[in-house]
Design a protein around this ligand. Structure first.
Ligand code: NAP
Length: 350
């Protein structure tokens, strides 16, 4: 659905009470009851926690492009309706199941949920909760699980970025893009060329550590990159846009360069001309954040813990562009889909 259509059918969020087998308590949650329709805010009955589970009082939940896609039925994972979107959150532990010893009541945590973070309360397996270290605010912590883990997985684990290498990142002022700039510059000591769709976004990317910028709404990305680095090209590309932007970025790679496909925010999935891979001995690879949680949890968990540590040490500084209230969740989605967002967008549950 185009951004305009989403906006046109946007009623005020409504509140209704959903019956459930709860213990009498209720909490508010954003609910997707029908795909491609605005979310509702409902009161949901609290459920008892099972032995391995933890009940969290959610303070902040990240808004990700994927949340919007999943509510349109355009994401690779398709939860059963009705569901509550929201893949990452920060909050305080309210209650633990009888088998849980990793966290206790009152602990501050971040969580990676399937689809249920945009709610005042979340019940989650204790294995997908991480303690927030001292000095890391709940707001900043909520930005880490998706954007920063994606950035670290893409740069470090997939592309094996080395100090001094040049990284080109597209949608550079977005949540993922700024995380890539932050990690590449401040953790990996790489040089970043930030490519984004407006001068304002380019200026922000520069302030956040990029060495050079390209506004790809004003001409060819490949030509602009060539002017910056000459015919040698860039070592690593992290692309979240797809389509022609991906193809131009692919053509900007240096000998033995690596391009990581992170997303298709522009709506078009490009085909890779295999001859380009051969000619310069370059590698095209994919990265799907959520799959690491399922397939290689130790790597996922180690990277999330290192993001928390980098944040505590002040080595990374997440950029929060906007915070919306739960009842403004449809406005938050619109803000992202209309390309207005810069940095992370959060829902505040407090
Ligand atoms: N693979 C993974 O595990 C993973 C993890 C996180 C995110 N992602 C993907 O990465 C992309 C970025 O996600 P995000 O949550 O960080 O969002 P975001 O970058 O904060 O916002 C999306 C950005 O994409 C760019 N864009 C280009 N064409 C667009 C269009 N037609 N409509 C909307 N935006 C467009 C815009 O930046 P410009 O105006 O600068 O072009 C926009 O600001 C998404 O495709 C998302 O699904 C993938």
């Amino acid at each position: 659905m185009a951004a305009v259509a989403w906006g046109r059918c946007l009623p005020r969020v409504w509140l209704r009470r959903r019956a459930g087998p709860g213990c009498g308590r209720h909490y508010r949650a954003a609910l997707c009851a029908e795909l491609k329709q605005p979310l509702a805010i409902e009161e949901v009955a609290s459920c008892p926690v099972r032995p391995h589970e933890v009940r969290v009082d959610v303070h902040f939940c990240g808004v990700n492009f994927a949340d919007i896609l999943v509510c349109r039925g355009q994401y690779q994972e398709k939860p059963q309706l009705p569901f509550t979107p929201g893949m990452e959150f920060s909050g305080t532990v309210l209650e633990t199941g009888t088998d849980v010893s990793t966290v206790k009541e009152g602990d501050q945590v971040i969580g990676v949920s399937g689809f249920n973070g945009m709610a005042e309360e979340c019940i989650i397996d204790h294995k997908t909760l991480w303690q927030i270290p001292e000095g890391v605010p709940l707001r900043e912590a909520a930005t880490l699980p998706v954007s920063y883990v994606t950035a670290i997985l893409a740069l470090e684990h997939r592309a094996c970025t080395r100090p001094g290498e040049t990284v080109l990142v597209t949608a550079a002022a977005g949540a993922t893009g700024l995380a890539v700039i932050d990690v590449a510059t401040n953790v990996l000591q790489a040089k970043v060329i930030a490519a984004a769709g407006s001068d304002e976004k380019c200026r922000l990317a520069m302030r956040k550590g990029a060495q050079s910028i390209v506004n790809y709404s004003q001409g060819s990305l490949k030509e602009a990159v060539r002017k910056l680095v000459g015919s040698d090209g860039v070592n690593v590309v992290i692309d979240a846009v797809g389509g022609d932007v991906f193809l131009e970025a692919l053509r900007s790679l240096a000998w033995e360069g690596r391009i990581v496909v992170v997303g298709f925010a522009g709506g078009t999935i490009a085909s890779v001309p295999a001859n380009l891979l051969l000619l310069k001995n370059v590698s095209a690879m994919g990265l799907y954040w959520g799959r690491y949680k399922e397939q290689n949890f130790p790597v996922f968990s180690r990277i999330l813990s290192s993001a928390l540590q980098y944040c505590q040490q002040g080595r990374i500084q997440p950029h929060i562009g906007a915070v919306f209230k739960l009842e403004e969740v449809n406005d938050a989605f619109l803000h992202v889909i209309q390309r207005k967002s810069m940095g992370k967008v959060l829902i505040s549950l407090k």
